[in-house]
Design a protein around this ligand. Structure first.
Ligand SMILES: *[C@@H]1O[C@H](CO)[C@@H](O)[C@H](O)[C@H]1NC(C)=O
Length: 386
């Protein structure tokens, strides 16, 4: 009797909290034939995982190619641990639609992890529309997390998105690790990862080749950690564009370390609109970066104003302060390797240059400063203009 109750007790203590449920999308009707739309199967598997009372639910996607129309996964769910274990490939429709802004969207979820998988947005037809004439739709972001918490993306591969590959918006606690992003250097607006209105995001061990920003950091981003990222082709890592709106949240506490830029348009960039705004950029650390033939390895540009519309006086309201560049080395593809073009009404302050070694072919590289204040230490070439 005692023995039996003890076993029962053990059963509840040990077994029950570990109950896991697994949902294979093939059991929900998905076909790995690259032709049958699997969006309903995936949505049904999500519904089962989300409403399950297990402590953890796994949605399994086996090897094979699954055609996927746009899907949205909504929370909140009963469990705070939903895992997508993906061995297969999802492909979007080859023809673009003007109706959706996202291909795969997560909203109000907590504790979702994606392990593995390939996501092919098949953006080629939209890019050729954009590259040949106007009047094309914007296209869809491939993978977006909105207003969510405790998110992990590990070992997945995203390619040929119509628009941004991954967007993190309004999130708290996001880890992106070992991700590969691939799109041609001439594909329009195919940013790698865009982060905004989010806190505590880390992006590590990730390789990004795109036609636009490698990583773009939008308003309301704080405590962002980027480490071990390679970029290029593409436009580099960019804080901004910021300051497009009069009232806008700033960016603070961003660390970017151990990065490699290969033939990209920019390396480490801060970019703001030349117009009034409440926005700011502060407490930024760029360290240990290698530049290989990068057009603008280090650049702050506060005069962004495409079409020269709506930029009265061209002075940016965005206050930039406390930006450190430490151990930035390699080659610039243009003579001005360090370019600080700050706002006349809000000069940059607290810019630090430490151990900079940037070359420009056989000629000396140059640094250019407008409205920029700060200090240099260690070996700094091109010589500091601060
Ligand atoms: C800055 O961000 C890092 C993570 O990137 C975090 O560990 C640290 O606590 C943050 N610092 C502040 C002052 O918020």
């Amino acid at each position: 009797m005692y023995y039996y109750s003890l076993l029962l007790l053990l059963h509840f203590i040990i077994i029950v909290p570990l109950v896991q449920s697994s949902f294979n999308i093939v059991s929900y009707g998905a076909k790995p034939d690259g032709q049958t739309d699997s969006s309903e199967s995936l949505t049904s598997a999500w519904h089962a995982a989300c409403t399950s009372t297990s402590s953890s639910s796994t949605i399994y996607v086996p090897a094979g190619t699954f055609l996927l129309k746009p899907v949205t996964f909504n929370g909140p769910c009963n469990t705070n641990h939903i895992i997508f274990q993906i061995d297969g490939t999802f492909i979007a429709s080859s023809s673009y639609s003007s109706k959706t802004q996202e291909w795969i969207m997560f909203e109000h979820v907590n504790g979702v992890s994606i392990f593995g998988g390939t996501f092919d947005g098949r953006g080629q037809s939209l890019w050729s529309c954009k590259n040949s004439h106007g009047g094309c739709p914007d296209g869809a972001t491939s993978l977006k997390f909105s207003n969510s918490k405790n998110i992990m993306m590990s070992g997945l591969s995203s390619m040929n998105s119509e628009l941004y590959h991954i967007v993190i918006n309004g999130c708290e606690g996001v880890k992106v690790q070992g991700v590969r992003i691939n799109a041609p250097g001439n594909s329009p607006n195919t940013d790698g990862i865009h982060v905004q209105m989010s806190n505590d995001v880390t992006i590590t061990s990730t390789g990004i080749r795109t036609g636009d920003d490698c990583i773009s950091i939008g308003p309301g981003t704080s405590s962002l950690w980027i480490e071990g990222v390679s970029c290029g082709p593409g436009h580099g890592i960019s804080i901004g564009s910021l300051g497009k709106e009069d009232e806008e949240d700033g960016v603070q506490n961003v660390t970017v370390r151990n990065t490699v830029f290969k033939g990209s348009q920019n390396g480490l960039r801060i970019k703001t609109w030349g117009r009034p705004s409440t926005s700011f950029v502060k407490d930024i650390m760029f360290e240990h970066a290698t530049m290989q033939n990068v057009q603008n390895p280090i650049i702050i540009n506060q005069n962004y104003c495409p079409g020269e519309h709506h930029c009265p006086g061209q002075n940016s309201g965005v206050k930039i302060s406390g930006v450190t560049y430490n151990d930035i080395q390699g080659s610039s593809a243009t003579q001005v390797a360090v370019d600080f073009d700050c706002s006349g009404s809000n000069p940059c302050s607290g810019i630090g240059l430490e151990d900079i070694k940037l070359t420009y072919g056989n000629s000396p590289a140059k640094a250019s400063c407008i409205n920029a204040d700060g200090s240099a230490s260690g070996f700094v070439v091109p010589p500091s203009c601060l």
